[in-house]
Design a protein around this ligand. Sequence first.
Ligand code: PLP
Length: 511
Amino acid sequence: MRYISSRGNYPEVGISEAIVEGMVPKGGLFLPEKIPQVDVFSFSRADYHEVAYRVLAPYFCEGEGAYTEEELRVSLRQAYNLQTFDTPEIAPVRLLSNGVGILELWHGPTAAFKDMALQILPHWLLLSKKKLGKQTTTVILVATSGDTGKAALEGFKNIAGTEIYVFFPDEGVSLVQKMQMLTTEGINTHVVSVEGNFDDCQGMVKTLFSDTDFKARLSNRRYELSSANSINWGRLAPQIVYYVWGYVKLIQSLGLGIGHEVDVVVPTGNFGNILAAYYAKEMGLPLRRLVCASNQNNVLTDFLRTGMYDSKRPFYKTYSPSMDILVSSNLERFLAEVTKHNFLKIQNWYIELQQRGKFKVDATTLREIHAVMRGYWTGETQTLTTIREVYEREGYLLDPHTAVGYHALKQYWEEHEDRVPVLVASTASPFKFNEAIYRALFDEEPPHNEFEALKEICEKTKLLPHRAVMSLEGLPVLHKEHISPQEGKSYLERKLLSKKHLKLKKIPPQS
Ligand SMILES: *Cc1c(COP(=O)(O)O)cnc(C)c1O
């Protein structure tokens, strides 16, 4: 497979280069030159590894810098096993009484769906560097408002040839999320709290990425900066797999035949997860429509209705913080696909977005989009009401992100009577978001200490919390550094460029 730039501004590259580069150096995102087809009928007995292998092989095992079939299989075994996930199904489907299938994507080590990709991406990065003969140490910089940080730490922990630095805003993340990050083990992990809010923190990291002088000095010491966010094709591809898997599981548990159409609902932020569903559909999976669910930051809902993407609007902090996003990076890949790689259009829209914070697509493009996707959004009160309703009816606890999706489904059904079975992507364990769950179940202010809220929720529901949060309270805090947003560069210089550091033993690249 060859990968092209969504803006047509870069030579085609092989899979290893696409993974190591992350994004197109001149702006734009890598996408596969063509979309391979899968035979869904062949999956009825396959386990998760086999589905993953067959879905991913055409993307990874052909062309320049490709992996061997054995390398791909080994990486799948390293990422998805019973040490990393708590069920051999990896992503089980839970059927509700109304026939809706909840695709649980949070059985990995950190209780959020980002594990599905971040458990495997580090292995691919290592492999790709080896294929390209790169001897550098990759320095992963992550600014996080919660979920991505811990998932990236767990994925990159002790991976040879990498150092990971996670920066989180000291006024931005929940106690559970903070404890998850600060207790991470591993010889190459670094977690730093940054004074201020998420924007300050993200601004600091973006400044580091664009500092060419700093990067040159790092490069002299064989360091290369990289990010772990969903603009990397290596984060997107593993997500295609679970739609194929979830589709087969849903169809089988409903006693229907493979080939039957299904609608998919995805709680959306950066547009990565729903884009993976789109690729699954284009690969031949019988998905009828994709429902894009947003919270109060409803820029995508408006876009899907009007064709106008307008990021210039107020930003709301919501109960579903991982969807609090106004510029959804992966939308660019979707637009490149629906316009059949019309690079000129993409370039114009993204120049508009950069200069004016908005752009409008033409009527033809909007029609193409509408053929596959609908958008709905869910407010804060409705999010809590949905959690409570589903809990009371089913004894099943949705996390706030999944509740946004579930409520979008209700709205979608009101507007569309031609129902088919539905798969709702469930993106996090409810026990990561105890404040919102507490409000939903008890209808009162949660206790100040989030672990108290967690205890009360477990007592009331008799549910066992996810293992990722269960033993957190007693674990030692291993990371204690705190900096201001202005200190980012000097902090990393101290860590990576000072003489003292040179004497420290680095993790040798794997042979
Ligand atoms: C990241 C995240 C999302 C949004 O996914 P995108 O791929 O960015 O659209 C939704 N829910 C949770 C819990 C997340 O962590």
